[in-house]
Design a binder for this molecule. Sequence first.
Ligand SMILES: [Zn+2]
Length: 199
Amino acid sequence: MKPKEFEYLIDAINSLPSIGGKVAEKIAYFLINQDEKYLCEFINRIKQAKLKIKYCEQCNNFSYEKLCPICLNNERDNKKLLIVNNINELNKIEATGVFDGIYFVLNDEINVKTKKNINEKIIKKLVLLCKKKIFNEIIIATNFTINGEATNIFIKKLLSQILPNAIFYKLAIGLPINSALDYADDITLKAAIKNKIKV
Ligand SMILES: [Zn+2]
């Protein structure tokens, strides 16, 4: 029999994204075997992160100030907008160095099954940003899933009413670098042929 406190701990760990039952139990065992100092430091880091880290008022990126360093950077191209799902994706794209415009983090997507739309506050913030900046290039980088596609269509429709002259893009679907054609699934292969590039 496991003490109920231990079960509660597993439940809490299980609520974290990408953690399944076995892993949750393993982490729970690990944690209760650590000393007081380790656990206090661990809990303190979570508390400090929650307390100190805010979100950028313009793009929803992490920020200590009202605006994040990307939004504050005058050298960025203010006419280009890249809409991403989450901060993790923003950082990934930013690390590639290929995009020099500004971002907007959605932190939400349409759920086709439950008919849940994107949070109204987020939509308002995005609309306000587009009215203020008048972008001429907008890349909507939502997921390649049914929900992601629905979100993409919704955002494009919404923003093209505000910015009728802007050019809208979505990310190209294609084959991963260093991959063999043999292993590509049908949808990816079809998209890769459709998105062929001139050599
Ligand atoms: Zn920002």
